[in-house]
Write a protein that binds this ligand. Structure first.
Ligand code: NAP
Ligand code: MG
Length: 492
C-alpha cells in the first residue's frame, strides 16, 4: 500500500542493530476534500468573507487542504443557530431522546475509527498507534459515557431538575483534536446545551469529520456548530454576547486573556490549561515498570500533553540506575512516519511548536543542565525533535519551571518524601502527578500532599471518561469527565 504521507519521513532510530520493516497504515481509507467549509446549522458553508487557510501534514509539510476561516459574521450565524436549536429543539427534548443521538454519534465514531485515526495522524503528526488505540477509542467512550447520563441528570446530585446553561462556546487545542472535541461536546450535549466549537488552526480536520458524523446521526441542525479559524475566531466566539458558557482548553496565557475578557459578564467559564507535572520515583519502585511509566509520561504524543510527566523526581539512591535504564530504553524508541504502525514518536505539530521546544532546550544547556538524546536520525522534511533528557537540572532552570510541551524530560533528585513533595509542588501549575513506589501508605501520603488534579500511582497518562480531570492554580479550574464534568454545563 502506497504511503504518500510517509515519503521522506521514514526510518529512524538506530539504537538497535536491526531495523523494523515499514508497516504503513493505508492513507487511502481517508478522502480529504480540496476545501472545507464551516459547519453551521447542520450544513457546510463557506465563511462570509470567503477567507480560507491551509492545514498541513507536519510530518511532510505537505498542504493537505484549505479550510474556511470564520469571522465575526460567521460567529453571529453559528451562535444564532445554536440559540434557536437550544430553545426550540435540544433544550426541551427529554434526556432519554438526547441520549439516543449521543449513542449514535459514539457508534459512528467507532465504525469510522480507522478513518478518524488516519486523518488525525496526518493532520496532527501523532503516531497511528496512538490515534488508533487512544484518541479515537477514548473519544467514542466519552460520547457513550455521557449518553448514559443524559436521562439520569435528576440523580446526578445537582438537584431534582438541573437545567442546561444554553449556548456553549468551546475552544480547543491541537494536541488531542478529536478527543478534546469529544470532552467538550459530549457533556454539553448530554445536559441539553447546544455548542459552537472552535478547533485549533493546525488541526481542523477531525472536528470537521465529526461534524459530518453529526449529520450522519441526524442530529438536529444547530445543536453542534464547528467554526474553523485562528485565535481571532476563538476570541470572537468567547466574547459573543449570545454565548452563555465558555469552555477553553489551551495555554495559560490565552486562558488568562479569556478570563479578563468575559469578567463581569454572566458567562460561566471552565479552563483546562498547561502543566509541569512531577513524576516521582522512590527507591523501592519496580524500576523497569517505572521506566516504562516515565517514557509513557513524557514521550506519549511527543510530550505535547498538558499532563505530561515532564519533571522526573527520582530518589537520589536510585537516580543513576534509573537514568541508565531510561537511556537504554530510549535508544529503542522509533521516531518517524506517523502512519507507520511501529512508530513511537511522530512529528511535532507545527513549526512554531518546534521553535518553542528548540528555544527552551537551548536554554537548558545554557543554564548548565546536561543534555542527552539517543542516536537518532530525523527525517529531513517536516517538524521533528529527538527524545531528549536533561540531567543535573535545578529547580531554578527554565526547563524545570516552564512547560516545554515537547519530548523533553528534566531529571531532578530528592532524598526524602518531604523533599519530593516540596519540589513537586514548586510550580505555578497543578494538573497531574505520578508516584512510583511499592508502599501503599506512601502513595496515600503523597497523594494527599501533591497539589495536582490527577495523581497516578504506579502508572501514568491513564484516562477514563468516568474520571474527572482538571487542574489547580495556573492549570485552570473546573473538571471535565465523570459526574463532575456535568456541573460545568448545568445551572446548578
Ligand atoms: P493556545 O494557543 O492557547 O490555543 C488553544 C486554542 O485557543 C486554539 O484553538 C487557539 O486557536 C485558540 N486561541 C488562540 N488565541 C485565542 C484567543 N485570544 N481567544 C480565544 N481563543 C484563542 O494553546 P495551544 O498552544 O494551541 O495548545 C497548547 C497548550 O494547551 C499547552 O499549554 C497545553 O498545556 C494546553 N493544554 C491543556 C489541556 C488541558 O486539558 N488542561 C489539554 C491540551 C492542551 P489557534 O489554534 O488558531 O491558535
Ligand atoms: Mg495540520
Amino acid at each position: 500500500m502506497a504511503d504518500k504521507a510517509g515519503e521522506g519521513a521514514v526510518a529512524v532510530t538506530s539504537g538497535l542493530d536491526w531495523q523494523y520493516a515499514p508497516a504503513p497504515e493505508s492513507r487511502d481509507v481517508v478522502a480529504i476534500a480540496p476545501r472545507y467549509g464551516l459547519f453551521v446549522n447542520g450544513e457546510f458553508t463557506q465563511a462570509a468573507s470567503g477567507r480560507t487557510f491551509p492545514t498541513i501534514n507536519p510530518a511532510t509539510e505537505e498542504e493537505l487542504t484549505v479550510v474556511a476561516q470564520a469571522g465575526p459574521a460567521d460567529v453571529d450565524r453559528a451562535v444564532a443557530a445554536a440559540r434557536t436549536a437550544f430553545e426550540q429543539v435540544w433544550g426541551p427534548m427529554p434526556g432519554s431522546e438526547r441520549a439516543k443521538y449521543l449513542y449514535r454519534i459514539a457508534r459512528i465514531i467507532q465504525e469510522r475509527s480507522r478513518e478518524f485515526a488516519v486523518l488525525e495522524s496526518i493532520d496532527n503528526g501523532k503516531p497511528i498507534k496512538e490515534t488508533r488505540d487512544v484518541d479515537i477509542p477514548l473519544a467514542a467512550a466519552h460520547f457513550f459515557y455521557y449518553a448514559g447520563w443524559a436521562d439520569k441528570l435528576s440523580y446526578a446530585g445537582f438537584g431534582p431538575d438541573p437545567r442546561p446553561l444554553g449556548v456553549a462556546g468551546q475552544v480547543i487545542p491541537w494536541n488531542f483534536p478529536l478527543l478534546m472535541a469529544a470532552w467538550k461536546l459530549a457533556p454539553a450535549l448530554a445536559t441539553g446545551n447546544t455548542c459552537v466549537l472552535k478547533p485549533a488552526e493546525t488541526t481542523p480536520l477531525t472536528a470537521l469529520l465529526l461534524a459530518e458524523v453529526c449529520q450522519q446521526a441526524d442530529l438536529p441542525p444547530g445543536v453542534v456548530n464547528v467554526l474553523t479559524g485562528a485565535g481571532g475566531t476563538g476570541a470572537a466566539l468567547v466574547a459573543h454576547p449570545g454565548v452563555d458558557k465558555v469552555a477553553f482548553t489551551g495555554s495559560t496565557e490565552v486562558g488568562i486573556a479569556i478570563t479578563e475578557k468575559i469578567a463581569g459578564s454572566a458567562k460561566k467559564l471552565t479552563l483546562e490549561l498547561g502543566g509541569k507535572a512531577a513524576n516521582v520515583v522512590f527507591d523501592d519502585a519496580p524500576i523497569d515498570q517505572a521506566v516504562e511509566g516515565i517514557v509513557n509520561g513524557i514521550f506519549f504524543n511527543q510530550g505535547q500533553v498538558c499532563c505530561a510527566g515532564s519533571r522526573l523526581l527520582v530518589q537520589e539512591s536510585v537516580a543513576e540506575q534509573v537514568v541508565d535504564r531510561l537511556r537504554r530504553r530510549l535508544a529503542t524508541l522509533r521516531v518517524g512516519d506517523p502512519l507507520d504502525k511501529n512508530t513511537d514518536l511522530g512529528a511535532i505539530n507545527s513549526r512554531r511548536q518546534l521553535e518553542k521546544i528548540t528555544e527552551l532546550t537551548a536554554a537548558g544547556e545554557a543554564e548548565g543542565a546536561e543534555r542527552w538524546s539517543p542516536p537518532c536520525e530525523l527525517p529531513s522534511r517536516g517538524y521533528w525533535f529527538a527524545p531528549t533528557v536533561f540531567t543535573g537540572v535545578s529547580q531554578a532552570h527554565r526547563i524545570a519551571r516552564e512547560e516545554i510541551f515537547g519530548p523533553v524530560l528534566s531529571v531532578l533528585t530528592f532524598r526524602t518524601p518531604q523533599e519530593a513533595v516540596a519540589k513537586a509542588n514548586n510550580t505555578p501549575y497543578g494538573l497531574s502527578a505520578g508516584i512510583w513506589t511499592e508502599k501503599g501508605s506512601r502513595i496515600l501520603w503523597m497523594a494527599q500532599r501533591l497539589r495536582a488534579g490527577v495523581v497516578w500511582a504506579n502508572t501514568f497518562n491513564v484516562f477514563d471518561p468516568a474520571s474527572p480531570f482538571g487542574g489547580y492554580k495556573e492549570s485552570g479550574f473546573g473538571r471535565e469527565g465523570g459526574r463532575h464534568g456535568l456541573a460545568a454545563y448545568l445551572d446548578a
